[in-house]
Write a protein that binds this ligand. Structure first.
Ligand SMILES: [Zn+2]
Length: 395
């Protein structure tokens, strides 16, 4: 809340006592002067007291409105700058085979909300993160919601590295798959949503696995920022995309975080206010993604992605990557995209939306399969994200 730093100095009316006056007049003037001096004293006291009270109320305000400090800290957050040696090390930690075989394969099943497939993927994500040494606090956020297909149980999988840190960098994807009508040409074939969003989920698991040692020592330093991972359920609509038939998991979690106290920041803060930046990965995995910047208020973080891509390229650490700026581009913009960031964006959370536009050709078709994914692109994007996270958090 702005407050003026300038205080008004009230000027008192000047009295002109020119010429000589009779004795009784002098006595009256003397009494009047005493009165004026007395009034002046009271006025000075009142001004001093009011200044004191204003200061006291303002400092009280700071503690009552913790968002002010969280916003200030978020805006002034400086990423570290990884050296060439650190970039080489980060890139070497990304294990493409582990990403595809260990993290992705168990997600490439039909995973409609509230089904056994969904449960299996939740367990896969939770057990992968539990097996790491960094010590993630894992939470299954289950809730029920009406849908065009009746009441459905949804479950967001949430992992926080240090829940007691005041601020969080949030990295998210959705793990549910979409219901598609059966294709008479391909009976029995189900939609697997490899890019939508099995690969982004596998990328996040690989980032947690490859940076595990760094995240462990980062957590022990008890710094003001931590990392939160969110695997949303129910991003997809059951029928036509509407405000109520879509984004089930993210709508629920944004609302929940907006009313969950976050005493680590202050007694009045919420976990939503603690989110420095909401980074959303979606529709990644196909070849030649063109990823545009969507929001001016997070453009400096988009620039960090461009920079990471360029530095990795110059060091020869990206494969099938023709030019230093192949993916992240500020010279193209094809319009906004409805996605899991919307409920957070509408509550004032800064968003970095990492999604290719135009969408891949196989989007929402039975061809969104592993065969149509492009291994080098996925590996490159994971390396870029590793550098981004390491620099944001100062790993
Ligand atoms: Zn989709």
């Amino acid at each position: 809340m702005p407050r003026s730093s300038r205080r008004n100095n009230k000027t008192l009316p000047q009295r002109n006592g020119g010429g000589s006056l009779p004795g009784c007049e002098r006595g009256r003037i003397l009494r009047a002067r005493v009165l004026i001096v007395g009034l002046l004293g009271v006025l000075v006291l009142a001004v001093v007291l009011s200044v004191y009270l204003v200061n006291d109320t303002s400092s009280g305000h700071v503690s009552r409105l913790p968002a002010v400090d969280l916003v200030k800290d978020r805006l002034s957050h400086k990423p570290s700058k990884a050296s060439a040696a650190q970039i080489r090390r980060l890139a070497s930690l990304v294990d493409s085979a582990r990403l595809w075989e260990t993290h992705l394969q168990p997600i490439l099943i039909e995973r409609l909300p509230g089904t056994r497939g969904s449960l299996a993927v939740q367990q896969h994500i939770a057990s992968t993160l539990s097996s790491l040494s960094a010590g993630w606090a894992i939470d299954l956020d289950s809730f029920q919601s009406p849908t065009p297909r009746g009441q459905v149980t949804f479950t967001n999988v949430i992992a926080v590295l240090d829940p007691t840190a005041p601020r969080r960098l949030l990295l998210a994807c959705h793990y549910d798959s979409k219901i598609l009508p059966p294709d008479p040409q391909a009976p029995g074939k189900v939609f697997l949503g490899a890019s939508d969003s099995a690969v982004p989920c596998a990328m996040i698991l690989e980032l947690a696995a490859s940076l595990d040692t760094q995240l462990k020592s980062f957590k022990q330093q008890k710094l003001p920022v931590t990392l939160q991972l969110v695997f949303f359920d129910g991003e997809e609509s059951f029928e036509e995309w509407t405000d109520t038939d879509s984004l089930y998991g993210s709508r629920h979690l944004a609302e929940l975080m907006a009313k969950t106290p976050h005493p680590a920041a202050s007694p009045q803060a919420t976990t939503l206010q603690a989110v420095d930046l909401f980074v959303l990965l979606d529709l990644l995995g196909g070849p030649d993604p063109l990823i545009a910047n969507h929001f001016d208020n997070t453009a400096r973080w988009f620039d960090r992605l461009i920079s990471a891509e360029k530095r990795l390229h110059r060091l020869g650490l990206l494969v099938s990557h023709p030019s230093e700026q192949t993916y992240f581009r500020k010279d193209v913009y094809l319009g906004p995209v409805q996605d899991d960031h919307i409920p957070f964006l509408h509550r004032g959370v800064p968003v970095l939306h990492i999604i290719p536009t135009p969408f891949p050709q196989f989007w929402h078709t039975l061809d969104d399969t592993e065969e149509n994914m492009h291994h080098p692109t996925v590996e490159n994007l994971t390396k870029i994200m590793a550098v981004f996270l390491a620099e944001y958090l100062g790993l």
